[in-house]
Write a protein that binds this ligand. Structure first.
Ligand code: FUB
Ligand code: ZN
Length: 682
């Protein structure tokens, strides 16, 4: 790998997002989501599923205080290792019991991370005070040896690290560490960072290649990428080494999880099959197909990409490329959603992308964005940014209501509300967003992603600013020739006009690398047609190298045409169907605009799309109207080709009509109703 192409995300402390579209989302996170989630984490939201998260930290803190007070005389009470959500527990919660899922701590860490990013954009002493108090509660729960996981601290410490495969200790550690780094970077306060380092050191004393240490690795990956963040924050190489150890160890034989779970070593089942759910079936460099739990997978691949970047490990990078290609060429929805199968939240087989039973967990699309950004950090190639953009504007934004008050965990591409209630195969699909979830991984994950959006938009190297996403912002960057401020304005996602203006005291030489989105076939730069090939274009980026003067501007326009898209013919679910897109936005039809029985519509060969401004739930978006055909029905009833359920085929009759399309992310904001992304085509 060529080291010169590496770049790093811009620091959120040096960038202010000004973008009309994303700033509004970030303000929702700041004003609605962060306060709401704090209430949820403290079980103070009426009619929402309880979280128990803060309760668990306080309970562990109390036990810890007793432990400290009694010293040697302390005899911990052992409790059965149960986890799960019991709404009825809410009425008779005991002070010193653990409630919720085994990974309940992680929801709180994601919340702190979101708060930290938000503080970089909008200082808020009240929020910072709340976070500080919460950090005190977390630190009070930490044991002397650095261990910090309330599930075991409360229940039974004898079982620490005995069930890596299922029990998420290293996943919670990962979220703690990400939160700690983010909060320290945002505020300069390092109390949580110190706690994360102590826990990391404890983990490092238990795991590693040295004799006597455990040879295991996380059952739910995340620690890998978090340890890299800890390494980059502290400069201490042992954290990078530990991350590398977990990655190298994965999938080696004898299988660690077989030793951990001899009871599940079923006769006749190949080891590989037993372990693919956790991406532990093969050493990572031999993994070519993305399999198993989708969130776990993309978190692992992100950690692999990080380690490949930092160690220059080409074979690890090649494994990342192969896995990326498999996901994006065979296993990704047009919305950037991944993990099609609800049974275990897993990737399905190649080209199996059902629309109405799709799982497409919000967290999985977020993990794909993590993976994409890390691949971009190794080498700017527009395919990664194209996918990042696709997931952000579609499969992730769909996870949060326009008012920021409710969330989707599952993001289907087709929804018939009746089926969600009556068909057990679709029970995971909700026709309306929920306030909170027993397993609430997605809402805080969405919050942290939206509030750190600038770190996906731009990365930087010593002499180059890479613009991957056109998101209005003002950023500062130090080049060899001096400090410059770059002001970017953007009409995305509704119009493709972008301007960059440089403010500098001195003339400064540097390069701006601008991504040419995969969805446009032409663009203009300063009013002239831009080239798509040539020496200034590499891997889908236009490199503009100049000695920049104060006030110098670049104006770009990426025309946003409505495009009618078809899936690869091997996607059985989409054969004969098309989807409507415009710029980065994927569209859908909803019952609220088009009536029920959306399956009766067909897009004609000449849909004559017209884009127009409209409002959904009070929020301005760009809608699209197309011409279409609607199959005629029997006196307004259901579709018919005769008088019974089955009759001899007759060429169906259609009436000409129009279809209203809205951005997919905005669906289900006007009550319950049908929705579909793909429509039958001529
Ligand atoms: O297991 C922890 C989180 O809960 C996963 O990342 C999500 O997929 C959900 O299962
Ligand atoms: Zn989730």
């Amino acid at each position: 790998m060529d080291k010169k192409e590496y770049s790093r995300p811009v620091s959120l402390r040096r960038v202010q997002v000004t973008d009309a579209f994303w700033k509004q989302k970030m303000e929702l996170v700041r004003k609605e989501v962060i306060p709401y989630q704090w209430e949820a984490l403290n079980d103070r939201v009426p009619d929402a599923e309880p979280s128990y998260c803060m309760h668990n930290f306080r309970a562990a803190g109390k036990l810890n205080a007793r432990r400290r007070e009694l010293g040697e005389a302390y005899v911990p009470e052992k409790r059965p290792l149960v986890s799960g959500c019991h709404p009825e527990d809410r009425n008779h919660m005991e002070d010193d019991r653990f409630y919720g899922n085994v990974f309940q701590d992680s929801d709180f860490f994601k919340w702190i991370e979101a708060a930290a990013y938000s503080l970089t954009q909008h200082p808020d002493s009240e929020l910072e005070g709340t976070v500080d108090e919460a950090i005190d509660a977390v630190c009070a729960a930490q044991l002397e040896n650095g261990y910090l996981d309330t599930y075991y601290i409360i229940n039974d410490m004898d079982y620490v690290f005995t069930n890596l495969r299922d029990n998420h200790e290293l996943y919670c550690f990962g979220h703690l560490t990400e939160a700690a780094v983010a909060y320290c970077q945002a505020t300069g306060k390092d109390k949580l960072l110190q706690a994360a380092m102590r826990y990391a050191d404890y983990i490092g004393s238990c795991f590693g290649p040295e004799e006597g240490k455990r040879k295991g690795y996380p059952g739910h990956e995340l620690a890998e990428l978090a340890l890299v963040r800890l390494y980059e924050q502290t400069g201490d190489g042992k954290y990078l080494e530990l991350s590398r150890f977990f990655i190298e160890q994965r999938g080696t034989r004898p299988y660690y999880y077989d030793e951990e779970h001899p009871e599940t070593v079923e006769k006749g089942k190949e080891g590989e099959i037993r372990h693919w759910y956790h991406q532990a079936h093969l050493p990572v460099r031999e993994q070519k197909e993305a399999v198993g739990h989708a969130v776990r997978a993309v978190y692992l691949y992100s950690g692999m990409a990080d380690v490949a970047r930092l160690t220059g490990d080409d074979s690890l990078y090649r494994a990342c490329v192969a896995l990326w290609e498999n996901i994006t060429e065979k296993k990704m929805y047009i919305t950037g959603g991944i993990g099609a199968n609800s049974m275990g939240e897993i990737f399905s087989f190649d080209y199996d992308l059902p629309n109405d039973t799709a799982y497409a967990e919000s967290c999985a699309a977020i993990g794909l964005v993590f993976f994409a950004r890390r691949m971009l950090e190794i080498k700017a190639q527009s395919q990664y940014a194209d996918v990042m953009e696709r997931a952000l504007y579609n499969g992730i934004l769909s996870g949060i209501a326009l008012d920021g008050k409710s969330f989707f965990y599952v993001n289907p591409l087709e929804c018939l509300p009746e089926a969600c209630y009556k068909d057990s195969r679709k029970r995971h699909v909700k026709p309306v967003r929920q306030k909170w979830f027993g397993c609430a991984c997605c809402p805080p994950n969405i919050a942290r992603t939206l509030s750190s959006i600038a770190s996906y938009a731009c990365t930087e190297s010593e002499d180059t600013l890479y613009v991957h996403l056109y998101i209005g912002c003002v950023l500062e960057k130090e080049f060899a020739g001096g400090k410059v401020e770059i002001r970017m304005t953007s009409g995305f996602p509704w119009d493709g006009k972008v301007a960059l203006e440089v403010r500098a005291q001195e003339e400064t030489e540097f390069t701006i690398a601008l991504r040419i989105p995969g969805w446009c076939n032409a663009y203009t730069i300063d009013g002239e047609a831009g080239c798509l090939e040539g020496e200034d274009i590499r891997d889908g980026y236009l490199y503009v190298k100049r000695v920049w003067k104060d006030g110098e501007r670049l104006e770009l326009e990426f025309p946003m045409e409505v495009r009618v898209m078809a899936a690869d013919a091997r996607v059985r679910e989409d054969i004969g169907k098309v989807a409507v897109t415009r710029g980065p936005i994927v569209y859908c039809m909803e019952e609220a605009d088009n009536g029920g029985n959306l399956h009766l519509y067909r897009l004609g060969t000449d849909p004559e799309p017209v884009a127009h401004r409209r409002k959904i739930g009070g929020v301005s978006v760009m809608g699209v109207t197309t011409r279409a055909l609607r199959r005629k029905t029997r006196s307004g009833g259901e579709a018919s080709c005769g008088n019974g359920l089955y009759t001899e085929y007759k060429k169906p009759e259609y009436e000409e009509t129009t279809v209203e399309w809205i951005p997919y992310y905005a669906w289900a904001n006007r009550g319950e109703g049908e929705m579909q992304v793909f429509i039958r085509a001529e």
